[in-house]
Design a protein around this ligand. Sequence first.
Ligand code: CA
Length: 225
Amino acid sequence: MNATILIVEDEARSAKWLKTYLERAGFCAEIAYDGQTGLNIARRINPDLILLDLMLPVLSGTEVCRILRKESDVPIIMLTARGSMEDRINGLDGGADDYIVKPFEPEEVIVRIKAVLRRTMGTMKKKLTCGPISIEEEKETVFIGEQPISLSHVQFAIFLVFIKNPGVVLTRGQIIEQAFDNDFDAYERAIDTHIRRLRKLIHRNGFEPIQTVYGGGYKLVCASL
Ligand code: CA
């Protein structure tokens, strides 16, 4: 899926030039020519990243950034004509993820966009949740509400498949394929043993999210505690 970039820039020529370069690099791009329109379009299309000019009519880039930050985690790169320290601090204070000083080369913009997207997608991965369940991938830990539950490596690999596919019926074969790239030297039924242990760790009274689907496999149902 191509990432959608919203360009908020009042100078029509640079906006169109940027759009062309972004599209050549494989992104989808939309343009807004003032701050208020930028805000409206951002709310409507939910872009993957916003290139936000600092000096804009109607609403300034800094104001747009502050408003957006209260509403979403969308990555924002500020475009600033001046390279002063003050602008940089204002931009980053307002919640921007990065800033680029004009004039810039299109290649630089592409590199910075990719870097910010990589970084923010990394943190999104850490935020995988399902109802009251959340996970921390590095620590191979599952949280039920605030309560941490340590899993073994194999248990965590299996649980990761569930939380990435909430509500989806997963056959034992699919679980093995996604959790271990098929590199699992056991019978499909061994999955049942792991899931039994997972349930012991995760399930509690009135909260049994790992459900058996007869003739199908298993699914994770995200209900509240
Ligand atoms: Ca401008």
